[in-house]
Design a protein around this ligand. Structure first.
Ligand code: DX5
Ligand code: ZN
Length: 223
């Protein structure tokens, strides 16, 4: 299994986004961008105009995580702008199937995200519409929170669903992923890891990405 590391720009210097993206462009696999609307989550970050600008500078494929109230309206536009993965929240989408199809039709991978308290079981039939499942390991909205290990059984269940379904569906974890927690996630079946504080809070972000990947690869090998 390929282990992918996606640094989250949420922990970067927002006045220097292009430079911060460049700082991880050799080591990372994807660049994770958190779009928040101060409504679905209490925090406010960036929206489509900034993502469009960033897409012109970033050499990494962009993974847009939409923590917004109206993903049905906005998600396809992120895909059309050039984001290579667009993830919407199960709790927010009112027409998830239509929206996921529109994301794919615009040429991006389509992801569905679940807050820690949201069960994945009611969404099992949506797997054919998905390229990625994102399991939040914190309550979304802010970086630097503590990893919730109560989500680990859900990661294991999601991996079983994906294995049964087959195909190229990635299992992403987001929130509190660090050198202390990434092995637990990889052993449970995650294969894509978002890390904000653990990457941009490190003295050498690029070295931090490599060490996270090494830990994930080793842990997956043991699982
Ligand atoms: C929070 C965001 C995360 C955030 C994770 O809602 O979705 O991507 O950047 O930050 P850390 O890695 O610091 O927990
Ligand atoms: Zn995120």
């Amino acid at each position: 299994m390929n282990m992918r590391i996606a640094p989250s720009l949420l922990a970067a210097d927002f006045a220097r986004l292009a430079d911060e993206a460049e700082a991880v462009s050799e080591a990372a696999d994807w660049l994770h961008v958190d779009v928040m609307d101060a409504h679905f989550v209490p925090n406010l970050t960036i929206g489509l105009p900034v993502v469009e600008s960033l897409l012109r500078y970033s050499r990494l494929p962009m993974d847009c995580h939409l923590m917004i109230t109206d993903p049905d309206h906005w998600a396809p536009q992120y895909a059309e702008a050039g984001a290579r993965n667009v993830t919407i929240h199960a709790e927010a989408a009112s027409a998830p199937i239509r929206t996921l199809r529109q994301i794919r039709a615009a040429g991006a991978r389509a992801g569905l995200a679940f807050n820690p308290a949201t069960a994945i079981e009611p969404y099992a039939d949506l797997l054919p519409e998905l390229d990625m499942v994102l399991l939040m390991t914190i309550e979304p909205g802010f970086g630097g929170q503590e990893f919730m290990d109560m989500v680990l059984p859900k990661i294991r269940r999601a991996r079983q669903y994906i294995a049964r379904h087959g195909g190229d569906i990635w299992l992403q974890v987001d929130g509190g992923v660090s050198e202390e927690t990434i092995e637990l996630c990889a052993e449970a079946g995650a294969d894509m890891f978002v890390a904000g504080t653990a990457v941009y809070g490190a003295a050498d972000p690029s070295a931090a990405v490599k060490s996270l990947r090494d830990l994930a690869v080793a842990a997956a090998g043991r699982a």
